[in-house]
Design a protein around this ligand. Structure first.
Ligand SMILES: NC(=O)c1ccc[n+]([C@@H]2O[C@H](COP(=O)([O-])OP(=O)(O)OC[C@H]3O[C@@H](n4cnc5c(N)ncnc54)[C@H](O)[C@@H]3O)[C@@H](O)[C@H]2O)c1
Length: 248
């Protein structure tokens, strides 16, 4: 595939939910899109068509971000398709909720491995590329739960808090190389991930949101598009809540 000096954005777990909204928004902003997915589905073909409708190009790369070698391969495929990576959005994530009294060791490990280690793995492999380019933007998807905690989400809040630490340390390390590293901390966003929560949990959550509505995937994608743009060149090491005022 040719590289017409277009900027390239890689979105992990980008086929559905927030990741899909990010992929489409960045395509609208003129980025070529590399969408990582874990298991094949017709969502990928649909997404590629949607990107093309927006006048851009996309490739899909299968891989599990929690596996170091998969992450290496995802980055390699992106570079071999488009020659560069300007933006990495570490969006892939999972939940396996449960109270601490009952949480299984494997549920703790899995959530840490996908959310936190997956973020490390992708940053580890994209850094040499961005250092060589002397430019790049890394945007990590944390959560307000990583800031405020949440009953039933010890594993998830630990992973998302860890992502905040990774964001700040990496921002300090890579700033002199022209690389910005920031994170977003979404609140309650309507996606498949939150669809499974009970009506009671949803009602309680809504009561704690000053703007009195749940967020949409586009609410998150809009902020990420800003962080990916030159308008955010003077921002690094920041965690931006996108939560209708839930945590302040
Ligand atoms: N929905 C919310 O309210 C909310 C709030 C705060 C943060 N977030 C975060 O936003 C991100 C997107 O969540 P979403 O709501 O769109 O959920 P989602 O479940 O719809 O999307 C998650 C995506 O990650 C992919 N994925 C999971 N494990 C993977 C792996 N090992 N390798 C590669 N891809 C993998 C999934 O296939 C899916 O496409 C996640 O990091 C999530 O923790 C969501």
């Amino acid at each position: 595939m040719d590289n017409l000096n277009k900027k390239v954005a890689l979105i992990t777990g980008g086929a559905r939910g927030i990741g899909k909204a990010i992929s489409l928004k960045l395509a609208e902003q003129g980025f070529y899109i590399v969408v990582n997915y874990r298991s094949s589905s017709n969502l990928i073909d649909e997404l590629i068509k949607e990107v093309e409708k927006r006048g851009s190009k996309a490739i899909a790369v299968c891989g599990d971000v929690s596996i170091f070698e998969d992450a290496k391969n995802i980055i390699k495929e992106a570079v071999s398709a488009f020659g560069r990576i300007d933006v990495l959005v570490n969006n892939a994530g999972i939940t396996k909720d449960g109270l601490i009294l009952r949480m299984k060791e494997e549920d703790f490990d899995q959530v840490i491995n996908v959310n936190l280690k997956g973020t490390f793995n992708c940053i580890r492999h994209v850094s040499p590329i961005m250092v060589k380019q002397r430019s790049g933007k890394i945007i990590n998807v944390s959560s307000v739960v990583g800031i405020a905690g949440n009953a039933g989400q010890v594993n998830y809040s630990a992973a998302k808090a860890g992502i905040i630490g990774v964001t700040k340390s990496t921002a300090r390390e890579l700033a002199s190389r022209g690389i910005n590293v920031n994170a977003v901390a979404p609140g309650f966003i309507k996606t498949d991930m939150t669809d499974t929560l009970s009506d009671k949990v949803k009602e309680n959550t809504l009561n704690g949101i000053p703007l009195k509505r749940f967020g949409t995937a586009d609410d998150v994608a809009n902020v990420i598009a800003f962080l990916a743009s030159p308008s955010a060149d003077y921002l690094t090491g920041q965690i931006i809540n996108i939560d209708g005022g839930m945590v302040m």
